[in-house]
Write a protein that binds this ligand. Structure first.
Ligand SMILES: Cc1cc2nc3c(=O)[nH]c(=O)nc-3n(C[C@H](O)[C@H](O)[C@H](O)COP(=O)(O)OP(=O)(O)OC[C@H]3O[C@@H](n4cnc5c(N)ncnc54)[C@H](O)[C@@H]3O)c2cc1C
Length: 244
């Protein structure tokens, strides 16, 4: 089958996560927490002994005093398959989202195909699956089936657009492996909650079993957040990766 006239499909195994703006430092946690005892002098208290700051952040994390971790902001640009966004946008508290529209623009033919390192075989019980390597043949089958289905769906989409059908109607045939893009804004507390559920990490006091593709997004977000708030990130790990 040939693709309808237009951009040829692109197949991706990775995701994009870019920190596009931030006002988020460990200091923001300190001044917010110290208002409890220092009142309007809490901003000056920020410059005090760094070891004390580290101790305070650890105390807040350990005892789950969560609100001082909310006085900061990070905006990420994320490009990932629609099935990842369906999971992502379940995170309601402390998150804002804006996603590209399938009504107002023609969706581009960029589709997800798992890479060679993506484990393909699922064993175990719901909620606690284990994943194992796929064979070369399974990887070939996945790539061929997905690419065939994606090409077919996108050709039908373009046929409808060419026939004058509205984008919001034609998009019904597009699969959840299609890439979408969004801005997601959060604070350190809401990000920690997200990371606790969407990463699998041996330091976690409460293990989670996320789908690998949302975990890929979460790992890239965590790496960028760690650069901004190293003390908070270290305390999060030290206290079992539980959001305070
Ligand atoms: C491994 C895994 C498997 C999953 N499987 C499924 C599934 O099969 N089906 C499915 O539908 N979802 C599934 N989910 C999604 C899950 O149910 C949550 O919607 C998602 O993880 C967001 O979590 P949250 O509600 O804690 O986050 P947020 O919405 O960000 O909320 C953060 C916290 O705020 C509080 N809060 C927010 N809203 C309310 C409220 N209305 N009432 C009281 N407290 C509130 C809670 O303490 C909550 O933990 C899965 C998630 C994971 C990680």
């Amino acid at each position: 089958m040939t693709d309808a006239v237009g951009t040829p499909p692109t197949f991706r195994s990775d995701v994009t996560v870019e920190l596009v703006r931030s006002a988020a430092t460990d200091t923001d946690v300190i001044w917010a927490a110290r208002v409890s005892t220092a009142g309007e002098q809490s901003l000056e208290a920020v410059q005090q002994d760094p070891e004390k700051s580290k101790g305070l952040i650890n105390f807040l994390m350990r005892d789950r005093h969560g609100t001082p971790f909310e006085h900061n902001s990070m905006t990420f640009f994320i490009s990932a398959p629609i099935f990842v966004f369906r999971e992502f946008q379940r995170h309601r508290a402390g998150w804002s989202y804006n996603e590209e529209s399938g009504r107002y623009r023609e969706l581009q033919p960029v589709f997800y195909v798992p890479g060679a390192e993506r484990k393909l075989v699922q064993q175990g019980r719901p909620g606690k699956y284990e994943f194992h390597e796929g064979t070369a043949k399974q990887h070939r089958t996945v790539a061929e089936s997905m690419e065939r289905a994606y090409r077919h769906a996108y050709t039908e989409y373009q046929e409808m657009l060419d026939a004058g059908v509205a984008r919001e109607v034609a998009r019904a045939v597009l699969p959840v492996g299609l890439f979408s893009s969004m801005y997601a804004t959060c604070n350190a507390r809401s990000l920690m909650h997200f990371l606790s559920l969407r990463t699998k990490d041996e330091r976690a006091a409460v293990p989670s079993f996320p789908q690998r593709e949302i975990e890929m997004v979460a790992e890239l977000m965590e790496a960028q957040w760690e650069q901004l708030m190293p003390l908070t990130h270290a305390a999060f790990n030290a206290h079992g990766r539980v959001a305070p």
